[in-house]
Design a protein around this ligand. Structure first.
Ligand code: ZN
Length: 369
């Protein structure tokens, strides 16, 4: 007869949960031999990092006390090469991803009235929406990490989102990354709007994250400098005391007409030591910053493109307006002349729709000729 010993139920750690999820995600498998002891089937090595997985089946334990019973097992805990390898691989796999924003209302109420309320056009011109079309507007979120290294190491991770159609930054990250609205499959397949590639958008995102990281680095660097100044003056006081003491001894020796050579060398040694200690302090508080791109997520967001016509009694011109169903706003139109986004539009004499500032400038130039 088999004797089954009931073990106390063990609560699984975050690392254990991660390992189970991770293996299922990458197409591997796990078998719980006993609580906290697993046989893992790792899938074939990945082509990008062939050294990351050598054995195909490994036994691991999350419980160091189980090691004597399973001498072939590896201990799975943070910091062990095995777990570090898995975590690195998981980050590599998550480098880029594409998700869809779902559940957006693509038939907003009375779009024409919203257009009239949002866009300002000259009194003698009228805007008419001719056609509405839903398209995917890819929004790229770039997560960068900066590592600040001085006598300690700190990391900051910063996401920057770009609308790849306009190449401009998106501020509503929270809404964009709302898990309840993100899905691996779209509500409906849509064509994509004209867009920058993820790579072409990166320099713009990097510039933005650099701005923040530089500000953080400056703040840290100021703190370090203040601390360094305090440490250097403390050190200088300490050596000044030692020198004072040495020179008192020296004067007493002089009074006794002793040989002063050893006092001179003591003085030189103190100076050398002080110089070294201060250089050491300066070196320790020098700040180095390294920045790298961690992950990129492309969120395919449906938006409505409103092909519209702006007309006066003489000319008319086309303009594309964009309705963002996530934020429920009409977006500013980038002026084709000055490229500035604007809600004030006007026609030129040639029938081009530009921002009102450019329209005024053009008219003024024409009249001067
Ligand atoms: Zn303009």
């Amino acid at each position: 007869m088999d004797v089954v010993t009931e073990k106390e139920p063990v609560t699984r750690t975050a690392l254990e949960e991660f390992l189970r999820d991770y293996l299922e995600t990458i197409g591997g498998a796990w078998d719980e031999v006993e609580p906290q002891v697993y046989d893992l089937l790792l899938p074939a090595r990945s082509r990008e990092a062939p050294e990351s997985f050598d054995p195909v089946v490994v036994r691991v334990t999350f419980d160091p006390e189980a090691l004597p019973e399973h001498p072939g097992a590896q201990l799975a805990s943070f910091g062990t090469p095995f777990v570090t390898g898995l975590l690195t691989d998981a980050i590599e796999r998550g480098r880029t991803a594409e998700l869809y924003l779902v559940g957006l209302n693509l038939a907003p109420h009375d779009l024409a009235a919203r257009v009239r309320r949002t866009f300002l056009v000259p009194a003698d011109q009228t805007m008419v929406v001719e056609r509405v079309r839903a398209l995917f507007f890819p929004q790229a979120v770039y997560w960068s990490e900066a590592e600040f290294v001085s006598d300690q190491k700190e990391q900051e991770v910063l996401p920057v989102a770009l609308d790849l159609h306009y190449g401009r930054q998106v501020r509503h990250l929270e809404q964009l990354l709302d898990r309840a609205r993100l899905s691996e499959v779209p509500d409906q397949a849509l064509p994509e709007v004209r867009r920058l590639s993820v790579a072409a958008g990166y320099p713009l995102a990097r510039e933005e994250s650099l701005r923040t990281f530089v500000a953080l680095a400056n703040a840290r660097s100021r703190e370090l400098k203040e601390r360094l100044d305090r440490q250097v003056s403390r050190m200088a006081r300490y050596y000044a005391d030692l020198r004072k003491e040495a020179s008192e001894l020296e004067s007493r020796a002089r009074a006794r007409s002793e040989d002063l050579a050893r006092y001179a060398s003591r003085r030189a040694a103190l100076e050398r030591e002080e110089g070294l200690r201060i250089a050491e302090l300066r070196q320790k508080s020098a700040l180095r910053v390294q920045m790298r791109l961690l992950n990129v997520l492309v969120v395919q967001q449906p938006k409505l493109v409103l092909r519209s016509q702006l007309s006066s009694d003489r000319v008319s011109g086309q303009v594309e307006l964009v309705w963002d169903p996530l934020m429920e706003v009409l977006e500013a139109v980038p002026c084709p002349v000055c490229e500035r986004p604007s809600f004030e539009l006007a026609l030129t004499r040639a029938g081009q729709v530009v921002c009102s500032a450019c329209a005024t400038r053009r008219t003024a130039t024409k009249e001067r000729r």
